[in-house]
Design a protein. Structure first.
Length: 118
């Protein structure tokens, strides 16, 4: 059976990793706005790594709960799940926005008038 302190630690692990994932995803968006899609991809990879760590902790809690080893769900644990959901949603939407920006930049390059310099 998990004690309250261990449950709190696991919830904080989810919150910290989900927050870092969300932050890295928003950094990817900033990089894409600058046109640096290589940096944006690296930031999204970092976001995915943090997201996996958060999901691993969450999955661990779900497994323990299925065995009846989680004493009770509390507000902090619910809060951690909110962070996880928000991070996942942000990552999905930002990945789409980065892709759209990449496509827009590619189209703009194709539509640009030819260089008329001598």
């Amino acid at each position: 059976m998990l004690n309250d302190e261990r449950l709190e630690d696991m919830a904080m692990l989810i919150i910290a990793n989900a927050g870092a994932a969300r932050g890295a995803a928003f950094e990817a968006l900033s990089q894409a706005k600058r046109g640096d899609f290589t940096a944006a991809a690296a930031c999204m990879k970092t976001a995915e790594d943090y997201s996996h760590a958060a999901h691993d902790a969450h999955s661990g809690l779900l497994k323990l709960d299925a065995k009846g080893e989680v004493p009770q769900l509390d507000l902090l644990l619910t809060h951690s799940q909110d962070h996880l959901l928000c991070a996942a949603l942000a990552m999905d939407l930002i990945a789409e926005i980065v892709q759209l920006r990449r496509e827009f930049c590619d189209m703009r390059a194709l539509c640009a008038p030819p260089d008329s310099s001598p």
